[in-house]
Design a protein around this ligand. Sequence first.
Ligand SMILES: *[C@@H]1O[C@H](CO)[C@@H](O)[C@H](O)[C@H]1NC(C)=O
Length: 262
Amino acid sequence: MMFTTQLWLATLLFTAALALPPNLKSRKLSFGQDLQASLSLDPSLVQIGYFSDGLSPSSSDGKVASDTSFNNFINHCATRPGVSLTNGEQVLAGSCSSTPMGFLAPKNRMPHAKFVFPFNTAVIPPNTTFTIRLAVRNLVTGHFANPDTNFHAAPQETDPDTGEVIGHSHMALQTIKSLESTEPIDPQVFVLFKGLNEKADDKGELSVVVPDGLPDEGFYRLASINSATNHQPALVAVAQRGPLDDMIYFEVRKGAKMPQSP
Ligand SMILES: *[C@@H]1O[C@H](CO)[C@@H](O)[C@H](O)[C@H]1NC(C)=O
């Protein structure tokens, strides 16, 4: 019964979308209303794949039912009335975002990165200025929205020509007990966090100076966080892939000589 209803709705909406003249499918409704100001979902944008929970009667491979929606989840936050709307803020207790994911980077343009300095397993001296350098690819750097008022507040944008994510990166530095440590690391605790908001240099590198270096000997984990303009992690076209970020481990040790950066 449910299936029949879904099929009927899908057919209706699909036909409705097809019936729209091509010039009305993308931007404007027939009565001239701006789609970007309208409070209703344009029928041509209904994602009919969301009608299905993804399970077939023969499914037996551990998949769970997906949430489904007939209206692109536009009113999804109403499913938990007590939860704050994100509303552009970093709501520390958690919140509900209604921002669409937006444009996803194509498979052959997925952002990725590698730390150039410190490099993985480097040993550096304490209390000595050094520059963290991150080589980035396929990220249109230098785009950074206000994180206090516009956090996760706009969909990811990509360059219309190349498909590359428009945004910026970050670096997060945390301590670990040892290089062999197997303890998961609490993301609330970090030594240093920096937005890499500038445009990458002509070598494609983002950098940040750590003045006077790190005072404490020990082991560190350094990670990149490649992000869209509004700080959400970068989103791409395929699930099966290498990570879009880099993560390296290095040591601060008294008496070490600062290694040459490559
Ligand atoms: C780094 O300098 C600080 C401040 O002078 C000092 O307290 C600390 O012991 C130094 N670190 C090391 C590993 O010597």
